[in-house]
Design a protein around this ligand. Structure first.
Ligand code: ATP
Length: 439
């Protein structure tokens, strides 16, 4: 399928089925902002939940925080963002459009002119004012990354969590960047969600942990359903590194238009802690009781985009096939990130089938994200669930009233088995545990 065709199909499915809508659509939309509908909100929560579970909850060496989005200019001055968080901006003298110089190869994508201005540094941070007075003293910034929240809370967390290096502080949440050219759907937006972790290590262990984290993070995408050949690692050249980084590797995904970054893993050295220590005057070191010495840990940072990852999962999962000579659209989403995990469908909208189905919904929704649908033919309902990536459907029919069993239908193979109602939850759980992607 051609790249543009695939993207059009995904954008249209996302809108039609309630994953992602253009924001303020009734007013004609608003500058590449998007809203997440019922299925999109559920899926985004699953992506983030899965990251949090594996990066924080299932580890003894990582703790989580939630820092504020409105942030002090002193943070961004110390971190170098006020000076360095810029993209090269060029103006087209012919059509007056503005572009990111490193994205366009010297030719205006709008009108084809090569009459462009010199590139100048454009700071991408959103500035606002806190309180009723709009003056220099009340300036604040919307954070352009979540990472600084971990650095400025380093001493607090160290003290209260009693962790010692190697250990990490993680955070998920919104970040804001005044991107010059947002685009490619939610790949690049000005408001987006990040999932970041700062892993503090003794300096001599930095190289080892750098490799550990990029391997661990690459495996996360594969374990959540992206085929390994759709992913690659790209090590940055020295001249490409951010102002804080000694080494960076990107995890890239093969988007319909080519390879694009999903996540960057960087060795940020002791740059941030030292910078904040100097600027704040507060000691940001770790005192090692075994050596009686203090040192500034190095930081390995896996920094991922949640909204961008969700889009990659949608693209990787999209396929069209045929069932019984009928074309169908399927999202082969991993059960862990599917917005609906189990759909419960009474064969007919009739008593007592609907009551039995409703009671199954009540039981299963304790463990899984469930949907209940009693409209239209069963075939149409299966297609609808396939299209949103629901891994299994439970159908309640007249035999169910006799044998207390239901049909469990698998999205990928469309095969159906009979399962006792009392065995449903463990059966579905074990299917999800052993799930392997078929995309
Ligand atoms: P890019 O080169 O694409 O601008 P970056 O290298 O500046 O990204 P990082 O600062 O490393 O990105 O941010 C970590 C992650 O946050 C990225 O890998 C991406 O998944 C996500 N991200 C960054 N900017 C955006 C954006 N404008 N929209 C959506 N996600 C973003």
């Amino acid at each position: 399928m051609a790249a543009t065709e695939l993207m059009e199909k995904i954008v249209s499915l996302a809108k039609r089925r309630g994953f992602i809508y253009p924001s303020a659509e009734i007013y004609g939309g608003f500058r590449s902002t998007y809203d997440y509908g019922p299925l999109g909100a559920a899926m985004l929560r699953n992506v983030k939940g899965s990251w949090w579970r594996e990066t924080v909850e299932r580890r003894r060496d990582v703790v989580g925080i939630e820092a504020s989005i409105l942030s002090s200019p002193r943070i961004w001055e110390a971190s170098g963002h006020l000076k360095n968080f810029t993209d090269p901006l060029v103006d087209c003298r012919s059509c007056k459009e503005r572009w990111r110089a490193d994205h366009i190869d010297g030719v205006c994508p709008n009108c084809g002119s090569t009459d462009l201005t010199e590139a100048r540094a454009f700071n991408m941070m959103f500035r606002t004012f806190v309180g009723p007075v709009e003056d220099d003293a009340s300036v604040a910034y919307l954070r352009p990354e979540t990472a600084q929240g971990m650095f400025v809370n380093f001493a607090n967390v160290l003290q209260t969590s009693r962790k010692k290096p190697p250990f990490g502080i993680a955070q998920m949440g919104k970040s804001f960047r005044n991107e010059i050219t947002p685009g490619n759907f939610v790949f690049r937006t000005r408001e987006f969600e990040q999932m970041e972790m700062e892993f503090f290590v003794p300096p001599e262990e930095a190289a080892k942990w750098f490799q550990y984290w990029y391997e661990t993070r690459l495996a996360w995408y594969v374990n959540h359903g992206i085929a390994p050949e759709m992913l690659r690692l790209r090590h940055h050249d020295p001249d490409e590194l951010s102002h804080y980084s000694a080494a960076t590797v990107d995890i890239e995904f093969l988007f319909p238009w080519g390879w694009g970054e999903l996540e960057g893993i960087a060795n940020r050295t002791d740059f941030d802690l030292k910078a904040h220590q100097v600027a704040s005057g507060v000691k940001l070191e770790y005192f090692d009781p075994t050596t009686n010495m203090s040192y500034t840990p190095f930081v390995i940072e896996p920094a991922a985009g949640a909204t961008r990852a969700m889009m990659a999962f949608l693209i990787a999962a999209y396929r069209e096939d045929e069932v019984g000579n009928e074309a169908r659209v399927v999202l082969g989403l991993h059960p862990r990130i599917a917005p609906v995990q189990v759909a419960i469908l009474p064969l007919m909208k009739k008593s007592p089938l609907v009551e039995v189905a409703a009671s199954i919904f009540d039981d299963l929704s304790e463990f899984f994200l469930c949907d209940y649908d009693e409209t239209q033919s069963i075939g149409r309902r299966y297609r609808r669930q396939d299209e949103i990536g629901t891994p299994v459907c439970v159908t309640v029919d007249y035999d169910s009233l006799e044998d207390a069993s239901v049909t469990l239908r698998d999205r990928d193979s469309t095969s159906q088995i009979r399962v006792k109602i009392s065995d449903l939850a463990p059966t579905i759980s074990s299917q999800f545990e052993s799930y392997s992607p078929k995309v």
